[in-house]
Design a protein around this ligand. Sequence first.
Ligand code: GDP
Ligand code: MG
Length: 426
Amino acid sequence: MLTSICGINWGDEGKGRMVDLLSGKFDIVCRYQGGNNAGHTVKNERGEFILNLLPSGILRPEVVNVMGCGMVIDIKHLCGEIQRLRDKGIEITPDNLKISDKAVITMPYNVLQDIMEEDRLTKATGKPYGSTRRGIAPIYADKYMKKAFRMGELLKPELMYKRLPDIVAWKNMTIKAYGFEPVTVDAMTDYFETYGKPLAKYVTDTGVFLNSAHDAGKSIMFEAQLGALRDIDYGIVPYTSSSSTIAAYAPIGAGVPNLKLDQSIGIMKAYSSCVGEGPFTCEYFGEKAEKLRAAGHEYGAATGRPRRVGPFDVVASRYGIRCQGADDIALTKLDVLDDYEEIEICTRYELNGELIDDFPFTDVLDECKPYIETVPGWHCDISACRKKEDLPREALDYIALLEKLCSCRIKYVSVGPERDAYIEIY
Ligand code: GDP
Ligand code: MG
């Protein structure tokens, strides 16, 4: 059984906690794209954990975790993340963590490039991309330029060190053009020695591992980081990530392009949030925004940045569901809407005086206005509800309306950040 769990919206839908919940049903959890540019927050009986690179299954001792070839791995960050979990009593060994030999390594100069370019953009245009400044776009660019180092090279450092001087010389051409201090071969060698060596024992051909596990009847879950609207092809370019965040890419980014997904579960938030720049049609401002932000604790897990918030956006969500090929939806954070007598929904966009239903091209989004409809709220605390029957009528109506508007079944609803704070609707 191959299942992908993906974000339907702009990210931070609560994928981490749903993966943590559902991972109990799977033998293997795989990350297949992105790097340490996003954060999953997982709360369970062992504490609260923020995961940037490690798959969420790492918190379950019986699950094997895979970091696939579609990922970009900041080895310094990964060493730190492993250490922070170990400090909290989580065991991480080559038995429960396997890193693809084909995944690429985010280098310190990629992080520098990201910072230099965001600062240049800010100065030149006043409009940065809103990057998390963790080197993700530059390392994906290096990968496609075939200049990146791959995790498998940590097993053959002599080959890596042979390539290093020319790559450093090439990279310094860019760094110097920005007016920054060039990097040195020695510093990069130290970097590999300090942070690469301790990770070498986890590096393997994850395709071989996953195929034999699949043949042996093991179930595999693919965990996306970031939502559909941050996908490099289908998202709100350029305010996207630099990788494929969609479910169809999961087998490729994990190392098993020969296998097909059996199921795609989309994680969708009961309202909207968006971190960073870019068009966000349904955005709230002022008091309305502050109330929702406070209720949902909308501050970035990786960066601490306040997230932009707004009502549920039908146009964007329906598009996200289609991009993810979602069979089922987990609707998260419904409890955040507890304190509303009336709940707003952005059901359509208004463009040049006309109402539209299809999510438009990024540039056109700037001209769109939200078309808002209002439904009655439940206006009571639902965080203790555990069964469908426990939910107030208005909450059930809200769920049913979103199902109808988005044409997709809502199988799970979450009503709190804790592992058991959810309701199975079907
Ligand atoms: P991810 O990037 O999609 O994994 O999401 P984040 O972890 O960045 O953001 C989700 C936040 O919402 C985290 O702080 C979670 O603890 C919290 N959260 C998840 N599900 C629920 C829920 O049902 N209710 C409430 N109140 N908080 C939730
Ligand atoms: Mg997040």
